[in-house]
Design a protein around this ligand. Structure first.
Ligand code: HEM
Length: 119
């Protein structure tokens, strides 16, 4: 059967590694790090990996709230949103995800942008 986007991201270990790399990139990113200062990181890793897995047609179920609910009160602007996308690209490059596969994941995540900005 044809591989899913989740398979192409490396399945469970691939997405876990991307998630770890993403947190490292956030920590080094002045536009993003302050927003994560008081977040429960262990929980975030699990929930974010589930979200990516489900979005990429993997076997997981994301049981969290809508992107609008989750990001309410953060007052995310365009620069912060773009920084997170750049950090995700950095994280996937470190995991040697092919650019074609990177673009497919970003195309699925980016449409939530309007739900996140200025909430
Ligand atoms: C493509 C863009 C993004 C996606 C797909 C995304 C996805 C997610 C997901 C799935 C969660 C976990 C939900 C939960 O904890 O129940 C989350 C939490 C969070 N996101 Fe985002 N996010 C994006 C952009 C951003 C941006 C731009 C910021 C701010 C710079 C941000 C800051 C946060 C923070 C601080 C949390 C933790 C909330 C908490 O646990 O209280 N996110 N995000």
């Amino acid at each position: 059967k044809a591989p899913t986007l989740y398979d192409e991201l490396g399945g469970q270990p691939g997405v876990a590694a991307i998630t770890e790399n993403l947190l490292d990139a956030f920590a080094a990113d002045p536009l993003v790090a302050p927003t994560f200062a008081h977040v429960d990181i262990t929980r975030w890793k699990r929930v974010f990996a589930d979200y990516v897995c489900q979005t990429a047609d993997g076997p997981c179920r994301y049981t969290g709230d809508s992107m609008e609910e989750v990001h309410r009160g953060m007052n995310i602007n365009e620069a912060m949103f773009n920084a997170v996308v750049e950090d995700l690209i950095t994280a996937m490059n470190r995991q040697h995800v092919p650019v074609r596969v990177q673009n497919r994941l970003i195309a699925r995540l980016a449409p939530t942008r309007a739900q996140m900005l200025y909430r």
